[in-house]
Design a protein around this ligand. Structure first.
Ligand SMILES: Cc1cc2nc3c(=O)[nH]c(=O)nc-3n(C[C@H](O)[C@H](O)[C@H](O)COP(=O)(O)OP(=O)(O)OC[C@H]3O[C@@H](n4cnc5c(N)ncnc54)[C@H](O)[C@@H]3O)c2cc1C
Length: 243
């Protein structure tokens, strides 16, 4: 029997549930995705912060559909649609369709400020999440110590992050997980500790990095400042329009 051919592009939430909805229909379905897996995006934050690994939120599309007999799962990046001739352009061979479901999802929006990309990598893909994960975590914890800071730092370390602990000479418990420990005194004549030496340490570190790396950090800080200024201006304008 020559069944109608439904082609679904994208195996995200929309494509996945569309394909499942056709399970008992008299059609043959082809699901195409540029990846072999379906990704559970709401848990991307956990991958980014090292709480979960990428494979814990990515399930192979073929195993999801192993008991659905009318579906063929293909990996490939769709590069175009010829709506006149009902053809999906995909390597290595194009696909003819009777019905087409386009479920290719989202793209990060930098609101016309492409310069923001460098400072705010997208977390709409596993590549982005892994990039963020390679960042060094600098955790600040001075007496009295914060349990949540220690716990978050320990989890990040466990997942492979490099941890730099900024603490006092009595050492926050997060020092036990740190690759590098930087201490400064918090003693002061008052009953409260003082963080002035900690601020001086951060300033010294920034100066040291600029000395070591030349103009690159300065340029990056200047770009960050201009991005931030643009962000504040945009916020002020939006607030002005709202009043
Ligand atoms: C970090 C994060 C947290 C989120 N948290 C929540 C939440 O808590 N609750 C909630 O309701 N929503 C949440 N969302 C939003 C939710 O994940 C999206 O609304 C949902 O994923 C959209 O589903 P979709 O199928 O349209 O697209 P997607 O899930 O983006 O799937 C699109 C699929 O198309 C594939 N694709 C794209 N282009 C092509 C191409 N040219 N060829 C082949 N394949 C292609 C992609 O590989 C992908 O698999 C979150 C999103 C993110 C990024």
């Amino acid at each position: 029997m020559n069944l109608p051919h439904v082609v679904i592009v994208g195996g995200g939430f929309a494509g996945l549930y569309a394909a499942k909805a056709f399970a008992r229909a008299q059609v043959r379905v082809t699901l195409i995705d540029k990846h072999t897996y379906h990704m559970f995006r709401p848990l991307m934050y956990q991958v980014e912060t090292g709480i979960l690994s990428a494979d814990e939120i990515a399930a192979p599309l073929r195993s999801i559909f192993r008991s659905q007999s009318n579906i063929d799962v293909r990996m490939g990046e769709v590069t175009g649609i010829d709506t006149k001739n009902q053809i999906v352009r995909v390597e290595p061979c194009d696909l003819q369709y009777d019905y087409l479901v386009l479920a290719t999802g989202i793209r990060s929006n930098y609101f016309g400020h492409d310069g923001w990309k460098e400072f705010a990598p997208s977390i709409d893909s596993l590549d982005g999440a892994e990039t963020i994960r390679r960042d060094i975590l600098m955790a600040f914890d001075y007496r009295r110590y914060q349990h949540d800071t220690v716990r978050a730092a320990a989890m990040a370390k466990q997942r492979g992050a490099t941890l730099i602990a900024f603490t006092d000479p009595y050492l926050s418990p997060l020092a036990a997980h740190a690759d590098i420990i930087l201490t400064t005194s918090v003693q002061s004549p008052s009953p409260f500790g003082a963080l002035t030496p900690a601020v001086a340490l951060v300033e010294a570190l920034v100066t040291g990095l600029v000395d070591l790396l030349g103009d690159r950090p300065l340029e990056r800080m200047a770009r960050y400042d201009s991005m931030y200024a643009g962000f504040v201006d945009a916020g002020d304008r939006a607030q002005g329009e709202g009043t």
